[in-house]
Design a protein. Sequence first.
Length: 310
Amino acid sequence: MAQNRIPNEYASLMVRGGDAYAGASSIGAGIPLLINTAAFIGTDLSAAQVAQLDYKTVRGGLSELSEALRTQRGLAYDFCFTARDILRVYCGREWGEAWLVAGFEEGQAVPRSYAELRELLVALNNYFSLNPTHENEAVGITAALASTRLVALQSAHEVINARWASIEAKVQLRDARVAALRRRLSGLGKELSQRLGDLDPRWLEFGFNLPGAPTTPEVPVDVVVTPLPGAQLQVACAPSPNATHYRFYYQRPIVDPAPIAAGNAEDPLFVIEGLTAGQAYLVYVSAVNAGAESELSEPVNGTPALAAAA
C-alpha cells in the first residue's frame, strides 16, 4: 500500500506543503476541512520558508568571514615571525628567560592558533612599548603595528563568532518552524483520512498518495544534469520501479523558498527551459504513478551555459 509519510528532507517537505496548501485552497471547503485549513497550512508553510531563507542568507556569508579570519591570522603570524627574528638580537639566539617577557614561553616557535597568536601579540605589543629602541620600523616591527594586528585579529574572530551564534539561532528557529509544518501536514493527513476513502482521487490534490494505491515508486537515482544552449538544462535519471512518469523541479539557492515544478515526462528525460544563463540551480526529480509520488531525489547542481561571445 502507498504510504503518506511526511518527508524529513526539506525540499520534499516544501513541495508537499505547497501542494497541501493548493489543495486546501481549492477544494478544502468542500470536504470540508475544519482544523487544517488553507489559512493554517499557508501560515505554517510561509513561516518555515522564511526561516529557511533567513538561515541560508546568514550561512551564505560564512565563507567570506572565514577567509577574512584566515587572512588576519596569516598577517599576525608573519608579524610574530619577523618580530621573533628581530628579537634574537636582544634576547639571544637560543631560547632563555629573556624571551619570556616577549611572550615566547617555551621556545621560539611562532604559534598558528588564534588564542596563542593573540596572546603573543599582546606580549609583543607590551614588549615594544616598553622597549621602543628594539623596534624596527623598516620591516614594520613596532608596538603600533602589533596593536593593529591584534585588533584586526580579534575583530575578525569576534565577527565570525557572532555569525556562528546567529546561524545557530536561525537553525533553531528554522527547525521549530519546519517541525510545526510537519505537524500541520500530519494533522491534515489524519483529517483527510476521516473524510476521504483510500482511493479517493482528491488525496492527490493535497500532494498525498492514495492510501489504497498498491505501490509507491522508488525515489529516482543517478540524476544527471547537462547544460544545453538557450539557457536550458537537460535532466536524466535511472528508471524508477513502479513509475509511470516523472516530475522535474528546479530551485535557485537562497532565492527560491521551495523547488519549482518544471514539468512531467513519461520517460526519465526532460529539458527544463526558460532558465537564466549563468545562474546556479538545484535540480530534483520525483517518480509518479496513478496513485502515488515518491519523494524528491537528492539535489543535483546545474548551471545553464552563458551564450558564446560573438
